[in-house]
Ligand binder design. Structure first.
Ligand code: DSN
Length: 421
């Protein structure tokens, strides 16, 4: 059956007339995102098309189940939307099976534990303080409470991942699940090495590519898909979509994964997000997305190089991806007050632990920076060099208020030249 396209919608009450208080807050948030240089490595600017899809009326509908096997009527169009999203994800990443329903990254990761493990089973993953993620077995996460998680970290000499050490730990602890992936590691991963270790001990290999999925999509980072049994990703970081997640896996694991997501962990999928993911993938399949991904890496490298020239220490000595982790200890300043000062200067960052940090996570010794958002706005290497100069000016001035105010004027002026999607 064909459904007519409604062109004349009933007069809609706008947010500003029905809820001026909330409308004012959202307008102020628009202005904040426009006026500041956003450097949080896990954030981006979704396109107008993605935001339109994520606000569409398909959000009004319940769709527990999967296309062709739902528990509600009225699924004619939702099924098509979800199938389009899945087909595009398969095409973009070369995956055999894709689940687009996880509500975000943490539930997607939890679905992998649920699909492959029993409580108490052993997992080998990167520790949070060395760049891993909470859901890679931190004691603060359900993953660290219900499973026996052994952690690998960085090599104390090189501050890089040491695959020989991971192999030793794997042989010693025989994990059922080996996790690769990170939230704060600025180098590419050797997926073939992870695969070989997983095979040697009979582990499932999971890659959490949430941070660098956009780089993989654009060909600026090797793809984990040919190596991993299962790959998880959020859709809102370098991939530049709505806040959501996907799981990509080999066909042999499809039924287990789908069952773990629904009914294992979730009820109905967020259909408007599924629609927005479909649009995101359409954008990522376009040739210009490869330019975007390459520019993200070039910009992060320019930022790291500029900071190094100003005497900052970069963990791993530089970057191969979209993020830069600064170890502030040689500057005698802590992450939290610096991040707060930079925010006032119009540079939005997050304080972050660095490997072997002797300070608590609430006020660690590092600052994490990322290039995805401002690359979307058109910043190139020259603008990222200026960012390094501004950060150095604020630090060298001892977080002086007058310097911060002057930098804020300059950062806002630069933002005015680069439109926000
Ligand atoms: N919280 C995200 C980040 O900022 O890296 C990871 O999920």
């Amino acid at each position: 059956m064909q459904y007519p396209v409604i062109t004349a919608t009933p007069a809609a009450a706008s947010l500003s007339s029905t809820d001026p208080q909330l409308a004012a807050l959202l307008a102020a948030e628009d202005a904040r995102q426009h006026d500041k240089i956003r450097l949080i490595a896990s954030e981006n600017y979704a396109s107008a098309a993605v935001r339109e899809a994520s606000a569409s009326r398909i959000t009004n509908q319940y769709s527990e189940g999967y296309p062709g096997a739902r528990y509600y009527e009225g699924q004619q169009l939702v099924d098509q939307v979800e199938r389009v999203a899945i087909a595009r994800a398969k095409m973009l990443f070369g995956a055999e099976h894709v689940n687009v329903q996880p509500h975000s990254g943490s539930p997607a990761n939890l679905a992998i534990y649920l699909a492959f493990l029993k409580p108490g089973d052993t997992v080998l993953a990167m520790q949070l303080a060395h760049g891993g993620h909470l859901t890679h077995g931190s004691k603060a996460s359900i993953t660290g409470k219900y499973w026996n998680v052994v952690h690998y970290g960085l090599d104390p000499e090189t501050r890089l991942i040491n695959y020989a050490t991971i192999r030793e730990l794997a042989l010693q602890h025989r994990p059922k699940l080996l996790i690769a992936g990170h939230s704060a590691y600025s180098r590419q991963l050797d997926f073939a090495a992870f695969r070989a270790i997983a095979d040697e001990v009979g582990a499932i290999l999971m890659v959490d590519m949430a941070h660098f999925a956009g780089l993989v999509a654009g060909g600026a980072h090797p793809s984990p898909v040919p190596y991993a049994d299962v790959v998880t990703t959020t859709t809102h970081k370098s991939l530049r979509g709505p806040r959501g997640a996907m799981i990509l896996c080999r066909a042999e694991h499809a039924a287990k994964i789908d069952k773990a997501v629904f009914p294992g962990l979730q009820g109905g999928p967020h259909n408007a997000i599924t629609a927005a993911i479909a649009t995101t993938l359409h954008e990522a399949l376009r040739p210009e997305f490869a330019d975007y991904a390459a520019q993200c890496v070039a910009n992060a490298r320019a930022l790291a190089a500029g900071l190094i020239e100003h005497g900052f220490e970069i963990v791993t000595g530089g970057t191969d991806n979209h993020l830069v982790l600064v170890d502030l200890r040689n500057k005698g300043i802590a992450g939290k007050p610096l991040a707060a000062a930079l925010d006032r200067a119009g540079l939005v960052t997050n304080y972050n632990a660095v490997p072997w940090d002797d300070q608590p996570p609430q006020n660690p010794s590092g600052l994490r920076l990322g290039s995805p958002s401002m690359t979307t706005r058109g910043f190139r290497e020259a603008e990222f060099r200026r960012i390094a100069d501004w950060i150095a000016r604020v630090v060298d001035a001892g977080l002086d208020d007058a310097v911060i105010a002057q930098v804020a004027t300059e950062t806002q002026a630069l933002c005015a030249r680069f439109p926000m999607p």
